[in-house]
Design a protein around this ligand. Structure first.
Ligand SMILES: NC(=O)c1ccc[n+]([C@@H]2O[C@H](COP(=O)([O-])OP(=O)(O)OC[C@H]3O[C@@H](n4cnc5c(N)ncnc54)[C@H](O)[C@@H]3O)[C@@H](O)[C@H]2O)c1
Length: 293
């Protein structure tokens, strides 16, 4: 190969696995960017909900004058929801957004490796977990990387492209091209827990829960203080509710496991709230009650 020539992977068809907050958001972003999207949920109900959610989101954009009606139909036509992993066989890039649990993700990567074509790139949207462990469970560790979108994926401009120790330059280039085509700003980061954003953000969020638990200030005053005092668009407790308290706990557990830094040790109140299934917005209740809002 001539020096300086980059081998590129042409990515046209995207597979998204996981029908939660992030899977649905990334599917919408990719379809709007012109990619054909195959969305995989484990159940028919999950698959149907994802399509219904996408339709609702696109209708809202048409009503607000942000999207043409013809474009809405074109986006919908590019998306297909399935329950069988085998339907991802023709995808050039598959991005998983399932629960933040390493064993579940490793199992999924083993399954994807069997079902997907040899040249497909397998990517994870993990917030903190070691990408290399997922990569090493496949027969293509060079073609595995992290593509970390932020919540809500349709709004947040950043994507962290995560290079595991095994990831090839070609895979990183294809991941960067995909995120850029989705209209995102890309930053490169090594495979280390929390990458850039969550390594810096989560000690702050965790300490907000500790302040609340210690009775230093009320929920509303903690959030008001950080909005008014730091010009943040959301307070830390509102943000934890948006992220999901189960996902937040998993992120802190992974950060603590990697660094053993007490700042990452999850606040006991956070763990108790997850046990009580107060998971934030997606559950209707977290630090705030969304049934009343
Ligand atoms: N919530 C955020 O703010 C955020 C932001 C960026 C990245 N992420 C990452 O995206 C991923 C998904 O997070 P989310 O917020 O969408 O979570 P979520 O709870 O909204 O959705 C998780 C999905 O995973 C599915 N699931 C659970 N166990 C599974 C298994 N064993 N196999 C297959 N599917 C399974 C659930 O049914 C659900 O549809 C996580 O890795 C998380 O760290 C989350």
């Amino acid at each position: 190969m001539a020096k300086g020539v980059r081998v590129t992977t042409e990515v046209r068809q995207i597979g998204i696995v996981g029908s939660g907050i992030m899977g649905s958001g990334v599917a919408e972003v990719a379809a709007k960017a012109g990619y054909t999207v195959v969305l995989r949920s484990r159940t028919d109900a999950g698959a149907n909900d994802m399509i219904a959610g996408l339709e609702k989101s696109l209708i809202k954009q048409v009503e607000k004058g942000k999207l043409e009606d013809t474009e809405r139909n074109a986006v919908l036509e590019r998306v297909r929801a399935v329950t069988d992993l085998g339907e991802l066989a023709a995808c050039d890039l598959v991005l998983e957004s399932i629960v933040e649990d390493l064993d579940a993700k490793k199992q999924l990567f083993r399954d994807l490796d069997r079902h997907c074509g040899d040249t497909a790139i397998l990517a994870t949207n993990t917030s903190t977990l070691p990408v290399v462990e997922m990569a090493m469970d496949t027969g293509r560790p060079d073609r595995v990387c992290g593509i970390h979108f932020f919540n809500p994926a349709t709004v947040m401009p950043l994507v962290e492209v995560v290079r595991a120790i095994t990831t090839s330059d070609e895979t990183i280039a294809a991941a960067r091209d995909f995120a850029t085509a989705c209209g995102k700003t890309v930053v490169d980061v090594r495979d280390q827990a929390g990458f850039i954003v969550n390594a810096l953000l989560f000690p702050y969020l965790n300490n907000a829960v500790k302040l609340l638990d210690a009775g230093v200030a009320s929920r509303d005053d903690i959030d008001a203080a950080m909005k008014g005092g730091c010009n943040f668009p959301m307070g830390p407790l509102e943000l934890l509710d948006l992220v999901g308290l189960d996902t937040s706990l998993a992120i802190l557990d992974a950060l603590y496991a990697e660094f053993r830094d007490p700042n990452y040790a999850p606040a006991p109140l956070l763990r108790r709230m997850v046990s009580a299934e107060r998971l934030g917005r997606k559950a209707g209740v977290g630090f705030y009650d969304y049934h009343r809002k």
